[in-house]
Design a protein around this ligand. Structure first.
Ligand code: BGC
Length: 980
């Protein structure tokens, strides 16, 4: 034990500012308060790694049009003494304001409060003081060393999880105790038998070779005077468990599990004592016989060592530990929140499968693990297998590929036992339970949802329940795949930080949850991995793929686009500065590959991944030439990099990269666009890229490209024809050329492939493939068939911005772009988002020939509102609630239809089109064996229905049936004769 002299000046916890300074609320304008003072993106600013954390606050006021003119910030030590005070600054900034005081020193704790002045001179009350405490900011702050059990292991397979412990004495008069801790592997730390904190799977997953996070826990309340004990359980986790597809690899980061812990206890008399990991610790094998992220956990309760992390436990039979060398310069404080248990879900049904197995259905595809409560005989083993779907009534584990997703619990048999695995997680809706003593009851099991504990910030709902379910599925997809790393999927032998997936999903993610800290950490990993790979952004971050990284467009562009999204959505220009080298290295690398011709037209590409026309086993075989996509993305990233340089005041680079963007656009145009505006590969994705990335030269080309895009979308019968890359762009591309209804048709399509098809099939998350479940209810035979992939859920960003009508018009939503677009017969929609300035919202309702639009603008922000079917002139408003009500008629593309209507007219009326297709399919069953009637009609969209019928058998019967169907829908407007 190290008993040290006074390490800092903190003597008392939680004191509020006092003395000569004004107390919170003691003065200030009534009705203006500071609701929330934050540091960087921390929800809980304990153990922060930033010595100069930027400050943000939210003003709460009912005063309309409230604008900040200045602020004042004070910092107090925990002794209540003033440590710093700004003069009253003239500034309208309230988001990520520079730290105005001396840099924090390691462990320094301050209470910070803010007050603000409005432009009309009103002064707010002081905010409640917000605590901030620095972690260990320098490598030299660590007196602890990594220690590993002194035993031999067969690390070619999962090993029992070690327990480590030691005891120590605590004197009277503890004022504060902090545990700084991390592990090589995953860990759970305990003090006197109680877990320190509520984190799950600490230290989380980062690119461990470059950055390993430590956690800071306030453990003051867990210590007592006298004898105490500290312990930790370790598991293989991402560190040395099996990671990667096709069998993956073990021991990617190292083959020894180790613990680094430093418990610092402060006393009233100013002294402190440190308990650190060193050779005095002892180790033993615990009840976790094996744990693995993919395969699950095996736990034998008979092997538990009761009291092992409490004082007085006899550890004479334990073995010693050894030091393990590791560069402590790689140890960093987290910038995002930890993984926590965020919800418990009860079973909705327990059934017996055709083969006699017990299947528990949780009603929701989710990510986490099961908690069981059981009573049984010693030595009985319960086996829990997990899967996202059933096939033929049985658990369908084929999509998990080589992930076993199986937990085993062996009972100690002494009464009621409650268990939840510690060092694994699964993506599942169903669990198969085997070996349960007696019959499992719904009350015996709970699904424990686990993910990074980010703050929810975005909501959407509208009058269409299917769209609401789609949105719910997007939210669940994010929850399942934001478990410390933004992953592709949470269930199979993959769960990797695929760069392309988050590149397209980042705008949606940053609306739904505050993921700024989470993605800041991931971007730091990306930059570190990229630097190690000579500028190539690996396909996955952290990079666990054994081959040398290869550059791929839309995936590597995450290096540029994700920081840009964080800047737009959170007003965080700092992230642009931090990532600038990474962005530049990527653009420079690709520019080199594109050569003087400025065309990236050689080498590997993933392309418009999972275009629905690609065969199940060849997901990269998209309609769109991958090199068209690659050059388009180079233009996009060069353009953004130029803009980033502009934001950062790097004029030379701004000019250079904007010039480069122009050159690439010109090269793209010369190579891939005809003078009239047709774009190679004449696919929806190609047009969406050209329109959204500004790759067309003039209005004429844009007009033509828009016409082609709409023709293609219609020809597809408003089914999705785009993959990972085109899908997030298509709706905006259509809106940008005035085809809002076409975008809505795509959104409300229910037939496969479409966003709503999975919803009609009972999906509760976003699927990887448009048809992960085929229309006949069987699971897609492709090897890659996840039911929880967020990428295709990127459409939610369009839904928030265009259907709901809320978008940032300036970084951080300082100015809101409010422009709701009612369509597709929706009668209301509501969107809400907690912006960095506070809650913003837009809601519209159409009823009885009127529309009501309500807009909420947070204080210190403003909005530019363009009302539906209004003059189109923006209305500029300040903070507060705004309301408009005026006559409005829903325009439905519901014209009377007849046999003389063109097929294209039917296609434009999705309800009628679906009805026509169903009727024709029913009346022409023989045709189905040879061709699809839908495809025939789509290819002949310029014929009338009568003309099509005349080429088909049973024309008269079909005509009568069609007439009945369309009459029932209220669309049969013109008397069709049926005969020539
Ligand atoms: C992942 C994807 C990823 C893709 C690219 C897949 O296995 O699940 O989401 O982007 O590979 O190759």
């Amino acid at each position: 034990m190290i008993k040290a002299e006074e390490r800092d000046t903190m003597t008392q916890e939680g004191m509020t500012p006092q003395g000569s300074t004004p107390r919170a609320g003691a003065e200030g304008a009534p009705g203006v308060t500071i609701a929330d003072v934050r540091f960087e993106h921390h929800r809980d600013a304990l153990g922060v790694g930033e010595a100069r954390p930027r400050l943000s606050w939210i003003v709460a006021t009912t005063t309309a049009g409230w604008r900040q003119a200045g602020y004042e910030i004070e910092a107090y030590g925990t002794d209540g003494r003033l440590r710093g005070r700004t003069s009253r600054g003239q500034s309208d900034q309230s988001v990520l304001v520079h730290w105005p005081f001396a840099p924090l020193s390691s462990r320094e704790r301050l209470m910070v409060r803010v007050r603000v002045w409005s432009v009309d001179g009103q002064v707010s009350a002081w905010s409640e003081p917000s605590p901030i405490e620095a972690g260990l900011l320098h490598t030299g702050d660590w007196a602890a060393q990594f220690v590993t059990p002194a035993w031999e292991e067969d690390t070619t397979r999962p090993q029992p999880g070690p327990l480590l412990r030691r005891e120590f004495d605590v004197d009277a008069g503890v004022t504060k105790a902090r545990l700084y801790v991390t592990a090589l592997g995953v860990y759970e730390a305990q003090l006197n038998g109680v877990p320190a904190g509520d984190h799950v799977l600490g230290p989380g997953w980062t690119s461990y070779n470059h950055r390993l996070c430590y956690q800071t826990f306030d453990v003051t309340g867990l210590l007592h005077e006298g004898r105490n004990a500290i312990g930790a359980m370790l598991g293989d986790g991402w560190y040395r468990g099996r990671m990667g597809f096709e069998g993956g690899r073990r021991n990617i980061y190292g083959d020894r599990l180790a613990l680094l812990a430093q418990l610092e206890i402060n006393y009233e008399d100013g002294t402190s004592a440190w308990i650190v990991t060193d050779e005095t610790w002892r180790a033993a094998r615990g009840p976790i016989l094996a744990s693995d992220i993919y395969d699950g956990e095996t736990y034998d309760a008979r092997m538990e060592l009761p009291g092992w992390s409490a004082p007085g436990y006899d550890d004479r039979g334990w073995v010693g530990v050894q030091r393990l060398e590791r560069d402590l310069a790689t140890i960093v404080a987290p910038s995002g929140p930890p993984v926590r248990r965020t919800e418990l879900v009860a079973p909705v049904a327990i059934t017996t499968s055709p083969s006699g197995r017990t299947i528990v259905d949780f009603g929701q595809n989710l990510v986490g693990r099961l908690r069981l409560t059981v009573r049984g005989e010693v030595g009985q083993t319960i086996t829990l297998r997990h899967a996202e779907v059933l096939e033929h009534g049985e658990l369908c584990t084929r999509p998990l590929r080589l992930a076993k997703a199986t937990d085993r619990y062996t009972l100690w048999g002494g009464g009621v036992e409650t268990w939840e695995p510690r060092f694994t997680f699964h993506g599942f809706r169903y669990a198969e339970v085997e070996g349960w003593p007696g019959e499992v009851q719904a009350g015996d099991l709970r699904a424990v949802v686990c993910h990074s504990d980010m703050e929810r910030t975005g909501w959407f709902e509208c009058s269409d329940e299917l769209i609401n379910q789609l949105h719910q599925n997007v939210v669940w997809g994010m929850r399942g795949n934001f478990l410390d790393v933004p992953t592709d999927c949470p269930q199979r032998d993959e769960r990797l930080g695929w760069t392309g997936d988050i590149q397209v999903f980042a705008p949606t993610a940053s609306f739904l949850y505050d993921c700024a800290g989470f993605l800041t950490s991931w971007l730091a990993d990306l930059a570190a991995e990229q630097a190690a790979a000579g500028g190539v952004v690996p396909l996955v971050v952290p990079n666990v793929v054994p081959m040398p990284p290869i550059p791929a467009a839309a995936w590597g562009d995450a290096a540029v686009i994700v920081p840009w999204v964080l800047y737009q959505r959170y007003g965080n220009a700092g992230i642009l500065a931090e990532q600038f080298e990474s962005m530049r290295a990527w653009v420079d690398l690709v520019t080199g590959l594109a050569g003087d011709e400025r065309l990236w037209d050689k080498g590997f590409q993933l392309g418009d991944w999972l275009d629905p026309s690609a065969p199940p086993d060849r997901p990269g075989d998209a309609r769109t030439d991958p090199h068209v996509l690659a050059t388009a993305y180079l233009a996009r990233s060069a353009q953004l990099l130029g803009q980033v340089a502009g934001v950062l005041g790097r004029a030379e680079e701004e000019a250079r990269y904007l010039r480069l963007a122009n050159q690439v656009r010109d090269a793209f145009n010369a190579e891939y666009v005809t003078p009239a505006g047709r774009v190679l590969s004449d696919s929806e994705t190609a047009y969406a890229l050209a329109l959204q990335f500004g790759l067309l030269k003039n209005a004429e080309q844009r007009r033509h490209a828009a016409k082609r895009l709409v023709a293609l979308v219609r020809e597809s019968g408003y089914h999705i024809s785009t993959g990972f890359v085109g899908t997030p762009l298509i709706s905006d591309a259509l809106c940008s050329v005035g085809e809002v209804e076409a975008a809505f048709h795509l959104l409300i399509q229910r037939e496969c492939p479409s966003w709503l098809y999975p919803v009609t099939m009972g999906a509760t998350t976003i699927w990887e493939r448009w048809d992960s479940l085929l229309p006949d209810g069987s699971v897609n035979p492709g090897k890659m068939t996840s039911f929880n992939h967020y990428a295709l859920g990127a459409v939610a960003d369009w839904v928030h911005r265009k259907v709901g009508g809320l978008a940032p018009a300036a970084p951080g939503y300082r100015k809101l772009d409010v422009r709701p677009r009612p369509g597709a017969g929706l009668t209301h929609a509501r969107v809400q988002h907690i912006t960095p300035y506070g809650l913003a919202g837009c809601a519209w309702t159409i009823e009885a020939g009127r529309i009501e639009v309500e807009v909420e603008v947070p204080p210190n922000a403003m909005a530019s509102v363009i009302l539906p079917a209004g003059s189109g002139t923006p209305i500029e408003v300040g903070s507060g609630r705004h309301h408009w009500s005026y006559p409005y008629h829903i325009e439905l593309s519901r014209h009377p239809l007849s046999l003389d209507s063109m097929i294209s007219e039917f296609i434009d009326d999705p309800e009628a089109w679906t009805a026509v297709l169903n009727t024709m399919r029913k009346h022409l069953p023989a045709l189905a064996g040879h061709m699809d009637i839908g495809t025939i009609m789509l290819h002949n969209s310029n014929m009338t229905l009568k003309q099509v019928l005349s080429h088909l058998p049973h024309a008269e019967e079909s005509r009568l049936a069609l007439e009945a169907t369309l009459t029932a829908l209220g669309r049969w407007g013109v008397e069709g004769t049926g005969s020539e």
